[in-house]
Every structure is written in structure tokens, then in C-alpha cells.
Design a protein around this ligand. Structure first.
Ligand code: ZN
Length: 359
């Protein structure tokens, strides 16, 4: 019998419907009633509550075989992609840390190169007397070309390390997606192309950050206008953009799109769309407060907050963070932001072309 699966109890159905054990309808009638209730409310698709138990849509009609396993598997289910957020959190932390170390090395090396040049130039030698290497570029600014002291090759090693990490993140993200939602793997050639583009952007970001650090006076930024920050020489937002490109997409959020970085990036978004996933909401992830030299309270307050869209009231910019601009907070909305978000998706029999635009 259909009810023997324990999905809906006859007694519960009988009691709910107001029948005594001695009364009609017959057991067969009740089985049919149970099946009808078990199908759930057709307007909502939600199983009907009976005596504290839930009917299950796949309950077969009496005398019929159970539904095919494929249909049972296709019942809507909601999945948290927090494992992807963890992968991106680690990759972003690694990228920022490596960028900081690379800037230290490049700045030191640039100073040493200038010191060497000054040995054969009495004017430069006099100007550089007593000045530490790291401050020489600022002291001698305008007396040499920046390319004399910094070159793209200075970033070869750090780019190689970061790119290798990004690739591992992408590989792990694919494996996670395959396990969680049975998504198809990405085209390896496309991944290669995305990684190359991301690496090119990374080089440009590192070069610009090095030149800015070398030639811009070491001014202390106004704490009220830096938000969360660690090494203020490193533009975290731009590193995030490079990672997003490596993840398959444009360098920043587009409209209501919800993809960023690598594991949760554009390729993941496309894979989810390909299997008909629908956005079921987001959760702000501030991450480790100790990873910042300075924390940003408006973002820290949002840790764990769930929201449906990027214009949710809970994300409204508050007075203490109004300098970020815009109307709503978003991970990556200022230079030093290390925040991420986790999204949940519902997998259903939805047509791939009919998806929630906020996904
Ligand atoms: Zn943040």
C-alpha cells in the first residue's frame, strides 16, 4: 500500500478527516484520500500537514508503481554553497598576503637599484646620503624613470605562486560543485584563458601598487575613510577584480549578478544556471576580524545576515559607512574589504532560461 512507506499514516489521516475507526470510508477509500493529500497543495506544491507529518509529493497512487528515481531526485532542494565561500576566502587571503610580501621585496629592490645608480652621480649621491633604500624613490623622484627601478619581471615569482593557487581553487570549486549539485565541469581551455586574463590583470595591479608605494609619500590615510584595512599599499578591491576575471568574468559586479572571485565566480554562476538552479538567498561572511589591521563595523555587523537581493533593506548604507558611496553595502565595496558572501540555491525542474535574475 502507498501508506506503508510511513509517509502518511492512515490513523493520522483518519483522525484529521474526522472519521472513526468503525466508519466508512473503507480502507481503500482512505488510501486514495491519503494519496490525494500526499500530493500536496497544487497551488503551492507544499505537502499538506497531517497530524504533524508531511505528505510527500512522490507518494504513488494506490496500485501504481513508485515514481522513477529521477523524478524523486528532481524534487526541489536548497543547497548552501558555503564550501565555495571557504575556498575563495583562502584564495583571497593568500593573494593579499603574497601581494604584500611582493611589494616589500620590490620596494627594497628598487631602492637598492637607485642606490647603485647614485654611486656614479654626485648629485644623486648627495641627495641619497642617509636616506633608507625604501624611501629613496620618493627622495629622488623625477630624477629617473620608474621603469629604471621596477620591471614586470620583478613580479614573475609572485604571479607564478598566486596563479598556481588560483588554479587549485578553481579545480576544487569544480569538484565541490560536482559533488553538491552535480554540475558539469568547465571547459579546460576556457579556464586557461580566464586564468591568463586574470594573471594579466594581477600584473597590472601589482605594478601600479608598487609604483604608487614607491613614489607616493607615505601619508597615513584618514581612518574614517579606509574601512577595514590591513596593508594600505595593497588595493584589495583590484586584487578581487583580478581574481574575478580568473574566475571567468568581468572585473566587477554587473547589475544584480551575484558572482565574484574564483570558486563563486562567473564560471560557477554559469554552471549553476546550466542545471536550472534558482537563487534562494545570500549570507554575508565577514570572515576573520584578525585578518584586518582595522575592522569596519558596518561590514562586521552584517556578518551572518541573510538577505534575498543586493538591494535588501538590511544592506542599506548607514551613516558610519556613508563614505563607501552607493545605497547598499556589498562585499568589496571599498579598497580594503575582505568580506565575502555565501549563496544558497534551489535546484528544481526549472527551465535553464527561466532563472531568477538575482542568481
Ligand atoms: Zn568588508
Amino acid at each position: 500500500m502507498a501508506m506503508r512507506m510511513g509517509l502518511i499514516g492512515f490513523d493520522a489521516a483518519r483522525e484529521r478527516l474526522g472519521y472513526d475507526t468503525d466508519e466508512s470510508p473503507t480502507l481503500d477509500d482512505l488510501e486514495l484520500i491519503g494519496w490525494l493529500i500526499g500530493r500536496g497543495d497544487p497551488s503551492t506544491g507544499v505537502p499538506v500537514e497531517i497530524g504533524g507529518q508531511r505528505g510527500v509529493p512522490q507518494t504513488p497512487r494506490p496500485g501504481q508503481a513508485p515514481p522513477p528515481a529521477a523524478l524523486v531526485a528532481a524534487a526541489p532542494r536548497t543547497v548552501s554553497l558555503n564550501e565555495l565561500t571557504d575556498l575563495d576566502t583562502g584564495a583571497l587571503e593568500y593573494t593579499v598576503t603574497q601581494a604584500e610580501a611582493a611589494l616589500d621585496r620590490v620596494i627594497e629592490k628598487a631602492g637598492a637599484r637607485l642606490r647603485s645608480k647614485a654611486q656614479s652621480n654626485p648629485t644623486l649621491l648627495a641627495l641619497s646620503d642617509g636616506v633608507p633604500n625604501r624611501l629613496l624613490p620618493q627622495t629622488l623622484k623625477g630624477r629617473f624613470a620608474p621603469t629604471d627601478v621596477v620591471s614586470e619581471a620583478d613580479f614573475d615569482a609572485v604571479r607564478k605562486r598566486i596563479l598556481a593557487r588560483w588554479r587549485r581553487t578553481a579545480t576544487q570549486a569544480e569538484a565541490t560543485l560536482a559533488r553538491l549539485v552535480d554540475a558539469e565541469p568547465a571547459d579546460p581551455q576556457q579556464v586557461d584563458e580566464d586564468m591568463r586574463d586574470g594573471d594579466s590583470r594581477l600584473l597590472a595591479v601589482l605594478l601600479a601598487a608598487a609604483l604608487a608605494a614607491l613614489f607616493t609619500p607615505d601619508g597615513t590615510p584618514d581612518p574614517a575613510e579606509v574601512g577595514e584595512a590591513r596593508d594600505t599599499r595593497v588595493p584589495v578591491t583590484e586584487l578581487r577584480e583580478a581574481m574575478s576575471i580568473a574566475g571567468g568574468g568581468a572585473p566587477s559586479y554587473v547589475d544584480a549578478g551575484a558572482w565574484e572571485l574564483i570558486a563563486g565566480g562567473r564560471r560557477t554562476d554559469q554552471a549553476l544556471r546550466g542545471i536550472g538552479a534558482v537563487s534562494a538567498g545570500f549570507e554575508w561572511r565577514y570572515g576573520d576580524p584578525a585578518s584586518r589591521v582595522r575592522n569596519f563595523e558596518p561590514h562586521q555587523r552584517l556578518n551572518g545576515v541573510r538577505f534575498e537581493t543586493w538591494t535588501d533593506d538590511r544592506l542599506t548604507v548607514t551613516a558610519d559607512g556613508s563614505w563607501v558611496g552607493g545605497t547598499h553595502y556589498r562585499p568589496g565595496d571599498h579598497r580594503g574589504c575582505l568580506c565575502l558572501y555565501t549563496r544558497e540555491v534551489t535546484l528544481a525542474l526549472a527551465a535553464a532560461g527561466n532563472l531568477d535574475p538575482a542568481l
